[in-house]
Structure formats: C-alpha cells, structure tokens
Design a protein around this ligand. Structure first.
Ligand code: NI
Length: 196
C-alpha cells in the first residue's frame, strides 16, 4: 500500500478521458484501488478517481458518511434524498461506471475536490440517478442514488471524462476559498464544504 501523489487542476491527466478497464478483477487493479483508498483516507476525501493519482483508467472510489446533513442543496420534503444521506454509503469501488439520470431535475450543492485544493463551489447535478459498474471481484453493481450520494458519484465519474467541478459551474461567483466560507455562514447560508 502506498499514498499516491494527487494531480492538481492544470495537470493534463485530469483533462483527458480515461481508458476502460479490461479486467476489473486483475491484480494490478486491486493494488491500484488499495493505494487509492489509502490516499483518499490520508487526504480526508469523500471520493477519488484514478486520474487524480495519475492513472488514466476508469476507476472511482467513494464513501458517504451516514447522516451527512446539508451537503446537498435539496428541496424541502425530498425524502428519498434525505434517506440516502442519513443511511450513508459504505466504501464503494466502481470500475467502468455508467450513470443514467432518472429525471431532468437538477439541484445545486457545494463541492470541493482534492485536485482543486482550498476551493469550493456550487455545482448543479442531477438529483436522482441510476449508476452501474463493476466491483473488484468482477460482480456488477447497480444502484439508484439521490441527493449527496448522487452528487458524489457524478463528481467522481466526471473525472473519468476529464471534467473538474468548476467546468460544471454555472455561477462562478460561488467559487470561493474554503477558508472564506465562514462569511457565507455568517450570512446564513448552510455551507459544509465537501472534499472529494
Ligand atoms: Ni474531485
């Protein structure tokens, strides 16, 4: 196991589409994922995509803590999203993932990224998605996700297409240094930043 160096915005590996994995159960993919898990935990992240550690393959990992409130800007009464956020999602490895939006509905929420250190921004994402991919043992994973869970998956999978969250933002006035977010809190906005 090793802690890997994280690529930062501007490195070409973050701007290119990643290659599909031929054999999800190959030993080198298992080693890569072990290193990614160690790197993500060391950095305090919620998720990590292989291109972020300079490996242009379609592999992401993520986890969602239980009862993570407020991370997603969601409508009042959106019970499915609230439920997803309360339950949390165990550490998940997704190889060759695919995402299908379940509706056209978008919501805005704060995102941060280990490849864009020190910053956070409000990003529109699909509120509800279905996603699929392969686990390390080659089994197929298929899940539906709402709210913060759906946001994390969309953020990580964007890395596989060479996209960072600022490229998804529609209002760059909400791109801020996390060290200045206290001012937003003072103005009454709920703003727990997320690290991915
Ligand atoms: Ni990221």
């Amino acid at each position: 196991m090793a802690i890997l160096k994280i690529a930062r915005m501007g490195h070409p590996v973050l701007g290119r589409p990643a290659e599909p994995v031929n054999d999800p159960s190959a030993p080198e993919i298992r080693r890569l994922v072990q290193d990614m898990v160690e790197t993500m935990r060391d950095a305090g992240g919620t998720g990590l995509a292989a291109p972020q550690v300079h490996v242009p393959k379609r592999v992401v990992i993520f986890t969602v803590e239980a009862e993570r409130g407020g991370g997603a800007a969601r409508d009042e009464g959106d019970e499915a999203a609230a439920e997803d956020d309360e339950r949390g999602v165990p550490l998940t490895v997704l190889i060759n993932p695919q995402i299908l939006p379940l509706s056209d509905e978008l919501n805005y929420g704060w995102e941060a990224c280990l490849s864009v250190p020190g910053l956070a921004g409000q990003v529109p994402r699909h509120t509800a998605i279905r996603y699929s991919g392969f686990a390390l043992d080659g089994r197929q994973i298929e899940r539906e996700a709402q709210g913060f869970h759906a946001r994390v998956v969309q953020h990580e999978c964007d890395h596989l297409d060479g996209l960072l969250y600022p490229q998804r933002m529609t209002d760059l006035s909400t791109l801020v240094f996390t060290s200045e977010m206290k001012h937003l809190v003072e103005s009454g906005e709920p703003v727990p930043p997320i690290e991915e």
